[in-house]
Write a protein that binds this ligand. Sequence first.
Ligand code: ZN
Ligand code: ZN
Length: 345
Amino acid sequence: MRTSLLVLLLSLCATAQTVKIGVLGLFKPQALELTPAPHQVLVFQGGTRRIVVTRTARVEQAGEAVRLIADGKTRSEAKWRVTARDDGPAIFTLAVPGRIHRTYTGVLTIESGKSLEPVVEMDVERAVASAVAAESPPNAPVEALKAQAVVSRSYFLAAKGRHANADLCDTTHCIFLGDPPGARHRATQATEATRGQVLRFGDQTLLAMFSASCGGRTQTLSATGGTPAPDRYPYYTVESTYCLKHPDAWHRALPKTALTVRLNEKTEAARLAVVRRLGWSTVPSTNYEMRESGGRFLLEGTGHGHGLGLCERGAEAMAREGAGYQRILSYYYPNTRIETVVPAP
Ligand SMILES: [Zn+2]
Ligand SMILES: [Zn+2]
């Protein structure tokens, strides 16, 4: 047992702790602008070319190729890899012109699919801090942020290869990612204080699910329509006192259709099928009562999200009452343990 744990820790230490994240895919970009951070350069590598860029460069989709326009010159390649001068991670701003811009530190690759497909390979700890900053309200207590950091790190490390060209994407499909927070940001501090720590179940790092608010009780995997397996974390239903006392209630009236009739299942799969077609806020959670009236379905529910694992609202309340992040995590993820799998600096 001890030996296998040691082997595990050594193998995890030996591999680079990076994660590949498909970014800005939601915008289906046809063109991107890349700007190096002040006093930095970007090195574009494609085929045998190596092009050093000091100012904003534009990248466009050109059929199956990717066209680079920099310093008045145009070159097309199947794939561009963008690094700092030493081939390591670069600091840059990536923009979908007129829509969004975001700052990243990492190695960027850009390929052409249905649209341009930018993927940033970044340090896991940096990704965790960005996810915690994006997921948590600014006034959340630091122990709740630490719990969120362990959950996000587990998710990143367990989610290898969810996409063809990346481990994860930066949408609700995988995990939200904001701009990286500064050194003094509480999300950064919570990430550093839990560096390398993940949730483990059996011999696996948990693909740790979490939701904004559970509606009073968290869900089991099978209750949300998931498929339990002996080696897969089943999730457990635990009471969230704060959410029971302060219900996060919602009401909806939806037309009765072949699609919405599926809501009788009360599964996450049925909810996702409906919200993908009718909008993300149509059915906020699977925790609802439903009745038919005048050709419509009337839903009365509580909670936001699938209700699996950590409830962010409940975790904040526990932290305000003095609970540490370990206690919050053992409460929302029974039968798991916290282990350090990334070496300390
Ligand atoms: Zn995804
Ligand atoms: Zn809750």
